[in-house]
Design a protein around this ligand. Structure first.
Ligand code: DGP
Length: 109
């Protein structure tokens, strides 16, 4: 499902430009516009949901799919020596975009 008011749904549909580094039928990975590390990618499911706390069995399968893909995508983007994955859950974690996303950060050394 899409949310017409969601920035990341608009990125998926190319209504907002982004630098995409990986895409398939289930997920998209693109460069964070405000990078907090030398390499800062955002991995998102194409199916819109807002929060990690909205997890269910289908979404967990989707997250599993993404986690299995991320190592090869990270390596292809220069993160061969390691990286951090972050999911911000909710306001108190500083979540600003309410479409589930995994931050992939690295490339400092
Ligand atoms: P979070 O705080 O976990 O919700 O992180 C949201 C991230 O999304 C933040 O690091 C900045 C990034 N971001 C916000 N708007 C855009 C955008 O329009 N394009 C791109 N590429 N990244 C965005």
């Amino acid at each position: 499902m899409f949310d017409n008011d969601c920035i990341f749904c608009k990125i998926i549909r190319d209504e907002i430009p982004s630098v995409k580094v990986y895409e398939d039928e289930k997920m998209l990975v693109f460069k964070d516009v405000e990078p907090k590390a030398k390499v800062h990618l955002l991995a998102i499911p194409k199916d819109h949901f807002k929060l990690l706390s909205e997890m269910n069995e289908d979404r967990a399968e989707l997250l599993k799919y993404m986690l299995l893909k991320i190592p090869e995508i990270a390596a292809a983007n220069g993160l061969k020596n390691g990286y951090r994955l972050i999911v911000n859950q909710g306001d108190d974690a500083g979540q600003t975009v309410f479409h589930l996303h995994i931050h992939v950060l690295g490339g400092e050394t």
